[in-house]
Ligand binder design. Structure first.
Ligand code: ROI
Length: 161
């Protein structure tokens, strides 16, 4: 069965705008998967270790026939292609590709937790996701629009296209 999934993209190393744009292009080549749309790019203040550069974040909406773990493996290949080494928790990274939502499913697996940990609090995920799907209902039953933090109060800034 095809599922609608949302992927979070993030980079704060090695020309992050280019890293995220390249990754968005590479999503089109995923097997058994169609890219439906993606958000603008956002410049965001680092969450966690503050002694690191700002991030570029974006969200892509896909429809896929891949299972969650197949999708994860494919995304990890793309991360590796763009020079990601397993880095410190909370540290800088050239490319992060996170499965934010996989349909309305809750997944608890040693390799994968969906919805992504922190999804409900992270404005750098919620705002780009809202741009893709303003009417989205989250797996906990909440409307995305209801939990969207005010943009003015968030450390995030939409980049010009
Ligand atoms: N902070 C921001 N702003 N964006 C990210 O993508 C991001 N990713 C991370 C941590 C280190 C939690 N901080 C982040 O993994």
């Amino acid at each position: 069965m095809a599922e609608t999934v949302y992927i979070g993209l993030g980079s704060n190393l090695d020309r992050p705008v280019q890293q995220v744009k390249l990754a968005l292009q590479r999503l089109h080549a995923l097997p058994q998967t169609q890219v439906i749309q993606y958000s603008s790019l956002y410049r965001t203040a680092p969450l966690g270790g503050l002694d690191q550069p700002d991030y570029i974040n974006a969200v892509a909406q896909l429809v896929t026939h891949l299972s969650p773990l197949e999708l994860l493996s494919n995304l990890q290949l793309l991360e590796n292609l763009q020079g990601r080494t397993r880095q410190q928790r909370w540290g800088s990274r050239t490319l992060d590709l996170d499965i934010l939502l996989y349909g309305q499913q809750h997944i608890y697996h040693p390799r994968l937790t969906v919805p992504h940990v922190g999804l409900y609090e992270r404005s750098f995920v919620l705002h780009p996701m809202y741009e893709c799907s303003p009417d989205l209902v989250l797996p906990n039953g909440q409307q995305l629009s209801e939990i969207l933090p005010p943009l003015a109060q968030s450390d995030i800034q939409k980049l010009a296209a």
